[in-house]
Design a protein around this ligand. Structure first.
Ligand SMILES: [Mn+2]
Length: 365
């Protein structure tokens, strides 16, 4: 079955994944995330020497002169339809001919690239013509399903963990999770999902996590549900997988993380994130107005070196009203509007302009 059909089947499914299939998917994805290609994901210096917290696509030596557009996906929060719309959204690929010509030189045939300049995001990702980076927070529907959370919470307080409202919530969560993991396994170098603060299945305090509750006991309800629907083994593998997600991605004119960096960060600290849980907190939990002064510009300098004049840092986490919010003198761009389906498309050869480069994917063209 091709990837698009597989993703569509998950998107349309009304059932939870079977235990064995789900476990198999989690294990494969965990193995990949802990041992990614160090060409773009340097390994940690300590412990098991797993893949580190940084995705680094800056080196011209490693990745060639032809840079690729980067599509940034804000918080999904269990919106499987949002992810599906993104994958089917057609983007303009300006450098298509150049890209395919250079790929041909390296011996890779890519005939149909030459035919059209518009292509679905999924196809462009599969053909390695773009990078697709989710900023994390794939779980919890939040305000979108306020009434459903309240209903599920009332049932939960009566001791009914698996109830109709919670089933629906979890179905959406697990659809998004399965789609993300399938994408990662199919396009390991071009599809990435960073860790958000909602990726905390154990609802733990520590290791860069805080427990989560907002309008219900979301973290606890999620955990209890998974415990009843599956078992501790599934929960354990999922928790390892969350801790294996990278925290930050860097490209020549772009840095991406879930939240605004709380303090000045260095490459080495981000790579060795398992040893520095404060780094995970700093990149996933920062509220508006909390970050240290110039944390973004200082961190950009550390990550990109001197030629960072045109670089921006894009994140999600705190919701914005319209298309975007700017902080830190415009260097930090927030793109998570929970009521809209927006993505940011960052072209490699020019400075990101939030007015023109944030696109809605839920409109028919
Ligand atoms: Mn968040």
């Amino acid at each position: 079955m091709d990837l698009k059909t597989e993703l569509f089947n998950i998107y349309r499914s009304e059932d939870f994944p079977e235990y064995d299939d789900f476990m198999h998917l989690l294990e494969k994805a965990l193995n990949l995330l802990e041992n990614e290609n160090s060409l773009y994901r340097p390994k940690e210096k300590y412990g098991e020497k797993f893949s580190g917290g940084l995705l680094d696509f800056c080196s011209e030596k490693k990745f060639g002169k032809e840079k690729k557009p980067v599509v940034v996906i804000p918080d999904i929060h269990a919106r499987e339809y949002f992810l599906w719309h993104i994958l089917n959204f057609e983007i303009e690929l300006e450098d298509l001919n150049k890209t395919s010509a250079s790929e041909k030189k390296s011996g890779q045939e890519n005939e149909d690239c030459l035919i059209s300049e518009k292509m679905s995001i999924l196809e462009a990702c599969q053909k390695k013509l773009i990078y697709l980076v989710c900023v994390g927070d794939i779980f919890h529907s939040e305000l979108r399903c306020y009434d459903r959370w309240k209903e599920a919470f009332a049932e939960f307080n009566r001791g009914v963990i698996k109830n109709e409202a919670m089933n629906q919530e979890m179905l959406e969560n697990l659809k998004v999770l399965q789609m993300i993991l399938k994408l990662k396994l199919s396009c390991p170098e071009n599809f990435h999902c960073l860790k958000g603060n909602h990726e905390n299945i154990l609802n733990e305090e520590g290791r860069g996590n805080h427990p989560f509750y907002k309008m219900a006991a979301e973290g606890e309800m999620f955990y209890q549900f998974m415990s009843e629907q599956y078992d501790d083994a599934v929960i354990y593998i999922l928790s390892c997988l969350e801790h294996a997600l990278p925290l930050c991605a860097v490209f020549p004119n772009l840095v991406i993380s879930h939240a605004e960096p709380f303090f000045e960060l260095t490459r080495s600290k981000i790579i060795n994130y398992r040893k520095f849980p404060e780094v995970t907190l700093a990149l996933t939990w920062t509220a508006n107005g909390e970050a240290k002064k110039d944390s973004v510009s200082e961190s950009i300098k550390n990550l990109l070196g001197k030629n960072c004049e045109n670089a921006v840092w894009i994140g999600g986490h705190r919701p914005v009203k319209n298309k975007y919010g700017l902080r830190q003198n415009g260097k930090y761009v927030q793109i998570h509007n929970p009521d809209e389906e927006n993505i940011a498309v960052v072209k490699p050869d020019r400075k990101f302009n939030p007015e023109t480069d944030i696109l809605r994917v839920d409109v028919e063209i």
